[in-house]
Design a protein around this ligand. Structure first.
Ligand code: FES
Length: 220
């Protein structure tokens, strides 16, 4: 896999985002964006790069509804990609797409199908669940598994996850599950209920704890 040097992470990321999202945000494009976003630069913690934070609105990341709020009716047993949308210092909507690793996936399964080790309190009615869409192996965007409906497959090295079981790893090289994101309803819109419950790619556990504190301090 292509690895980018750490010397100029801002230039690399910005060129990349502009290229990928200037064109249509295809699944392949997102995979590539995320793979290159896998290098963990020491970047400025601007609001557009902060990870999903409590109260953020979930908006469609691709397709005809790109930029529109996610509604429960939009969801299915297939990957629906979303960005978290917070607010800038003036209270205006600000999508946190400045870090490609912030891309999310949201599912809706029939009642009773989502089971442990999913954190059920972080789901909506045990039917709607959200995760980081970035593979914990090397940072590619994870897609639907065409051979195993209801599961996810990473296009880079065939990592497999089960979104009905906390996105635990069911195949391939990923070292840990995709991080689950607490979500809840606010009227008819889906919003973030809390920070990722475990360290998302590319953070270690300790790095993630530090990042959460930094975001809380910046937004308080
Ligand atoms: S990046 Fe997903 S399996 Fe390697």
């Amino acid at each position: 896999m292509t690895r980018y040097k750490r010397e100029d992470p801002e230039i690399t990321r910005r060129k990349f985002i502009n290229t990928a999202f200037g064109a249509s945000a295809t699944v392949g494009g997102l995979a590539l964006v995320s793979a290159l976003g896998g290098v963990n630069p020491v970047f400025r913690l601007t609001r557009d790069k902060m990870p999903p934070a409590p109260g953020d609105l979930l908006i469609h990341a691709e397709g005809a509804k790109a930029g529109q709020p996610l509604a429960a009716a939009d969801l299915s047993e297939k990957v629906t990609r979303a960005w978290p949308q917070g607010k800038d210092k003036d209270g205006n909507p600000l999508t946190r797409s400045g870090d490609p690793n912030n891309i999310l996936t949201v599912f809706k399964f029939p009642a009773g199908q989502i089971v442990a080790p999913t954190n059920m309190e972080a789901t909506i009615n045990g039917e709607i669940v959200a995760y980081s869409d970035i593979c914990t192996h090397a940072g590619c965007s994870v897609a639907d598994d065409s051979l195993n409906p209801g599961r996810m497959n990473c296009p880079c090295h065939s990592g497999q996850y089960d979104p009905k079981q906390g996105c635990k790893v069911v195949g391939g090289p990923p070292p840990r599950p995709l991080a689950q994101l607490p979500i809840k309803m606010d009227g008819d819109k889906l919003v973030v209920g809390g920070f990722f419950l475990s360290n998302p790619y590319p953070f270690t556990e300790s790095e993630w704890e530090e990042r959460k504190k930094a975001v809380e301090a910046a937004l308080s």
